[in-house]
Design a protein around this ligand. Structure first.
Ligand SMILES: [Zn+2]
Length: 380
């Protein structure tokens, strides 16, 4: 009772519209037996309410009644212990009357009617969503990436490579002995942690679309284009690029990207133990998502450590990055300049598709960001 009295005090202060000493109000009384509405009066008497009408009168302790919550201007209902009920219109007078003895509405409940709270809630939700995306999803993707079965990584990587071979890559034109020599020399290099990391180097000719580039697939397949081999000034630079790519494998950057890109599907798939949905969406995500600056730094650090562990200089990797960026810039400039000229003549139908494709790939290459900054870091 003390609580009710206390809340009465608070509410009297809180309500902006004070309706002074209002102790009675009209209501419709339903006896709980038939559906007839009896026009009645509801009166506040001490710690009870009295309901009176042509049907008679009833005095009920406030502790025995239940009052429905306020919801806009919807009618309010007072449920009585014997199955009867009183219905009041949902206007300001009703709310003021009920607030005298209804349990105090919680601040959360009242907040529903305050636009400032609504605006604050939307803002809080937005902050929560952004924070979830910024930190929650990467954290969860790291957790999940480490738990994707090896067979799934292999399948996804094989499918991705097949897709690349079908669209933008061609068999390497490098002599087989040269390919074997590079792959074997790289395989002999000690990774920084000492533990061997499963990988396979694949060379491809990518004259038309990709140009000089190297990338890693989650299973450990590292694809290096003939054009990258040609662009490098020496084999140490080639090994440096391979070491950088092995860093992406070691840190599972590809898989982390894929999971972040299809996060919900992947989370569900993980808990259901079905990776097929990740595989379906993953191959596309694998080929089109960019590595973040953080991932590139991690791969650079790994590459540099691997170079040092084998008596090679990380500077080679820095020089390789600069050469790649320089080449990529020239390629971008060429693409923009020659596009309109190329779309003439008998290739007209085919060319727009091709240039769109080569633009995709130059975007892909340009996603190795902040080359100058990275090169400087590697040289330190
Ligand atoms: Zn990279």
């Amino acid at each position: 009772m003390r609580a009710v009295r206390k809340s009465l005090k608070c509410l009297t202060l809180t309500w902006a519209f004070s309706i002074a000493a209002m102790d009675r109000i009209a209501c419709n009384y339903f006896n709980g037996i038939d559906s007839t509405a009896h026009r009645s009066t509801l009166q506040y008497v001490g710690q009870s309410i009295q309901i009176s009408g042509d049907w008679g009168s009833e005095l009920i302790a406030i502790t025995d009644i239940t009052i429905s919550d306020r919801l806009g201007n919807a009618p309010r209902t007072i449920s009585l212990p014997n199955g009867a009920a009183c219905e009041l219109d949902g206007g300001a007078q009703t709310n003021a009357f009920l607030s005298q003895f209804a349990a105090k509405e919680s601040p959360w409940f009242r907040a529903q009617f305050d636009w400032r709270w609504a605006a604050a809630s939307i803002a809080a939700l937005a902050v929560f969503a952004v924070a979830g995306y910024r930190w929650g999803v990467p954290l969860a993707s790291d957790f999940l990436a480490a738990r994707v079965p090896k067979i799934a990584l292999e399948k996804m990587s094989d499918v991705a490579l097949l897709e690349l071979d079908r669209t933008v890559l061609n068999p390497s034109k490098l002599p087989e002995a040269r390919q074997r020599d590079l792959a074997e020399r790289f395989a002999k290099m000690k990774p920084p942690g000492g533990t061997a990391i499963a990988h396979r180097v694949e060379f491809r000719n990518a004259e038309k679309y990709v140009g000089p580039n190297a990338f890693a697939l989650p299973s450990g397949i590292i694809v290096m284009t003939d054009q990258l081999v040609e662009l490098m000034q020496n084999d140490e630079q080639i090994l440096g690029v391979l070491a950088h790519e092995l860093g992406h494998v070691e840190h599972q950057h590809g898989m982390r990207n894929v999971i972040q890109a299809s996060f919900i599907g992947a989370a569900v798939a993980y808990w259901l133990g079905d990776v097929s949905s990740v595989l379906a969406g993953g191959t596309t995500a694998l080929l089109h998502t960019k590595y973040s600056r953080q991932y590139e730094t991690e791969a650079d650090d790994f590459g540099a450590a691997m170079m040092r562990a084998n008596g090679l200089s990380p500077t080679s990797l820095a020089t390789a990055l600069e050469a790649l960026e320089g080449r990529s810039r020239r390629q971008n400039a060429d693409n923009t300049g020659t596009e309109s000229a190329k779309s003439e003549g008998k290739q007209a139908a085919e060319t727009p598709k091709r240039s769109a494709r080569s633009r995709d790939w130059s975007d892909y290459i340009s996603t190795h960001p902040n080359t100058a900054e990275r090169a400087e870091r590697l040289r330190q």
